[in-house]
Write a protein that binds this ligand. Structure first.
Ligand code: ATP
Ligand code: MG
Length: 578
């Protein structure tokens, strides 16, 4: 099922979204506000773990968390780094996450927090659990703990250390913190129920000994709290009302609630799960994206083929398009696979409105207009954006020698429906003249290298002088004025809708699309495309939307194709996805 085929009904839901809810989460929030459940407050948080760059799946969670806060008066959304896992987290990721969030257009003001800032408080909470007889230090090894846990069909077994006294537990836990024991010698566990049908409730580990340098707390700690203990308490410390997370945490909710009920905490936030975004032909797992980066299978986290926010940005996506996509797919309770098409349509739709048009020839073929005066240059006025009258016009130089696309010429017109250039055929050069092909020249390899034409001086500006019809229009660039450019054409990173589907013994990298990047180095673009700032987004007429890459120089601009004008994948995708 494609969620995108069932977009939420109205677009004007923004205005009155607190009364008319767009999804089940907004309904819950509205009902809670009405009943005064959380004291009439709405406080959400976006809690990334700084162990990679943000991806489009995170954007869904960001739009939801910040969106719900924004839509409700006095609502707030915290940015909280969930940094309890010292080995995998880095400052680079913290910075990239902040940058991507800001670029997406979200503002957390002063409300930025780190779970690691709560380490001391969390430790105090752990001591309190011990004092209440609700936690104990276990000295079984990791393997034994696993064996004792049981299975879905068999209950677990109590650890022989489960009945340690409060005093002994307090003493051991303090010495764990003080660094008296080896990594793995002991753990702190909640004392819940080893035969609970919820496996997470079978005395889950709360703390482990781990001598690892932490990106913020340095070497201050050698014990680190586990996610399930940290997250609910961090939510409570920040007085979160609605803790929105993805479905894989549904099983953890009993533990989330248990910890908060077991302790005296500032408040008891409500965990609500929603389906994570799965996007066809790509992967949304930081671990796997990391693998692509570290194995050099892509050109960094911001490779324009990556589903990361920074990759989409370098590809030419706009924050508006990403947010529109998140709005369109909505939020649901069941898992689904969303096609690429709605994401691409979102960026097409936005760029169609804002991107200035230019002429760029990607695979040039020389055209010589034999009857055009040598050395003459005319300037034609071209419309910058037909969708935006404010965008105005620009001048494009025209001369005797031009480039057109190789694709716009054939040695022989295949049939009467072929409207491009061929011997004896007449076409329009956009904004300029009608030209008729008279002959062509080939090299030794049999490739056409030069096409000769005549032009009709009466068709100046590209309009018919006598009502005769010309069906084909080509874009072009004057050879004398052309700027050489490099263009990168991107395609799907993976060849399968679900790249995790692999042969036995294989892995997801087997499904990488070997043709995901096509580099065109011989492109010729109109002179107005020289010197544009990196990240400028443009349309190349008849081809697609492109974005100036930071690798550009003033002599040689580099463009990344964001998306083609039309969706050539829609049909293929339908077939592949069934
Ligand atoms: P990954 O598997 O990519 O590492 P994660 O869930 O471990 O994802 P976090 O940094 O912990 O990544 O996620 C921060 C927030 O973003 C969490 O609330 C998480 O549920 C949410 N999130 C992550 N991936 C998705 C997704 N594909 N769709 C929607 N929300 C997501
Ligand atoms: Mg995670």
């Amino acid at each position: 099922m494609n969620e995108a085929q069932n977009p939420p009904e109205s677009d004007n839901s923004q205005e009155n979204s607190s009364t008319e809810s767009r999804d089940f989460i907004r309904e819950i929030v509205a009902a809670d506000l009405a009943s005064g459940k959380h004291g009439g407050r709405v406080q959400t948080r976006f809690p990334p773990e700084p162990n990679g760059y943000l991806h489009i799946g995170h954007a869904k969670s960001i739009c939801l968390n910040f969106g719900v806060a924004e839509e409700n008066e006095g609502g707030r959304c915290n940015l909280r780094f969930d940094d309890t896992n010292p080995a995998k987290e880095e400052q680079e990721f913290v910075e990239s996450i902040e940058e991507d969030l800001r670029w997406l257009g979200f503002d957390w003001g002063q409300r930025i927090f780190f779970a690691s800032d709560y380490f001391e408080q969390l430790y105090e909470y752990a001591l309190e659990l011990i004092r209440r007889g609700l936690a104990y230090v276990d000295s079984l090894g990791a393997e034994e703990i696993r064996e004792h846990r049981g299975t879905l069909t068999e209950p677990g077994k109590n650890s022989p250390y489960r009945e340690r006294s409060v005093e002994e537990n307090l003493d051991l836990f303090a010495r764990m913190r003080a660094g008296e024991f080896e990594d793995g010698a002991h753990v702190l566990r909640a004392k819940i129920d080893m035969s609970s049908p919820h496996i997470v409730m079978r005395d889950p580990t709360l703390y482990r000994i781990r001598r690892a340098h932490h990106h913020r707390t340095g070497d201050a700690w050698c014990i680190y709290p586990m996610y399930d203990f940290t997250h609910c308490l961090s939510d409570s410390i920040e007085e979160i009302t609605h803790s929105l997370c993805t479905l894989e945490f549904e099983n953890h909710r009993p533990l989330y609630d248990w910890v908060l009920d077991a302790l005296e905490t500032p408040c008891h936030p409500q965990q609500i799960e929603f389906a994570r975004l799965n996007l066809a032909f790509t992967l949304l797992s930081k671990r796997k994206l990391m693998r692509l980066v570290t194995d050099g299978l892509v050109d960094g986290w911001d490779d324009p083929r990556m589903p990361t926010i920074s990759g989409l940005r370098r590809r030419g996506y706009t924050p508006e398009a990403i947010r529109a996509f998140c709005d369109l797919i909505g939020v649901a309770k069941r898992d689904s696979l969303v096609e690429m098409t709605p994401l691409e349509n979102a960026v097409r739709e936005h760029l169609n409105r804002i991107a200035p048009r230019y002429m760029a020839v990607l695979r040039p073929l020389k055209v010589i207009i034999d009857n055009y005066p040598e050395g003459q240059v005319e300037e034609f006025e071209a419309i910058n954006n037909p969708e935006d009258p404010q965008a105005g016009t620009r001048k494009v130089p025209f001369s005797k020698e031009l480039f057109i696309e190789q694709d716009d010429f054939r040695e022989e017109a295949p049939n009467r429906k072929y409207f491009r250039l061929a011997p004896g055929r007449e076409i329009r050069l956009r904004y300029a003249y009608f030209i008729t092909c008279t002959s062509f020249v080939k090299n030794e390899m049999g490739e056409v290298i030069e096409v000769h034409c005549s032009y009709d001086p009466e068709s100046r500006g590209g309009s018919s002088p006598d009502g005769r019809r010309v069906r084909g229009t080509s874009h072009w660039v004057s050879a004398a004025h052309a700027v050489p450019a490099q263009v990168r054409l991107y395609d799907r990173l993976f060849t399968k809708p679900n790249p995790n589907e692999v042969e036995e013994g294989g892995d997801f990298t087997d499904n990488l699309n070997p043709a995901s990047l096509e580099l065109l180095t011989e492109c010729m673009v109109e002179p107005n495309l020289r010197g544009l700032e990196a990240e400028s987004r443009v349309q190349f007429e008849r081809q697609g939307y492109f974005c100036v890459d930071r690798d550009s120089s003033s002599e040689r601009p580099v463009f990344n194709r964001t998306v083609s004008l039309r969706d050539s994948w829609a049909k293929i995708e339908k077939a592949l996805m069934g």
